[in-house]
Design a protein around this ligand. Sequence first.
Ligand code: 5GP
Ligand code: MG
Ligand code: MG
Length: 192
Amino acid sequence: MGLGDDIERILWTEQEIADKISELGSQITRDLRHGGVAPPPPIAVVVGVATGAFMFVADLVKKIDLSIAVDFIRVESYGSGTVSSGRPTIPFDLKLDVGGKHVLLVEDIIDSGRSMACLIDYMKSRGASSVSVCTLLDKPARRKVDFEVVGEGKFYSGFECPDEFVVGYGLDFDEAYRNLPYIGVLRPELYQ
Ligand code: 5GP
Ligand code: MG
Ligand code: MG
């Protein structure tokens, strides 16, 4: 008996996630180099979206071979359930000043797009010189709000996610399951 017993189906294993993150890290490193970002000092700031992206950020930054800074922000659009509650808010601020910096927003999953649109606007209002987005999972079928990267920013996406509620590798249901090392679909009887 273990936490994994609550998972109906594994979508991406620990190894598949690790391989994808190596690819993303190499691509981001190449793009930042070509954008003329020269270390040190760090002029790119990786901003993880708490709490869901904490594990992804930790693994991704190890694969970015450049001087970067790391910070976290929070955006809340969900209650404890599985359905969006509408307009997102930012309940805690960045520690770092992103003015004039290249920002890479790192998310666990993009669903309606509302959180990401809100975060990009916020980074613009803070004077970021470019805003890129790196999401581990994308559910394009559920997009309600469009967003655009800023300046020379790029959009990176790990896996396209089917229209199902997934947990693990940072993603929660009611704050549980974040510590699973893989991503899977929760047994529906657990949340219905
Ligand atoms: P959006 O603003 O794009 O609708 O929502 C993004 C946030 O919704 C994600 O950061 C995540 O917290 C939550 N979310 C959306 N889909 C899922 C899912 O399948 N599983 C989990 N655990 N969270 C999700
Ligand atoms: Mg998130
Ligand atoms: Mg959540």
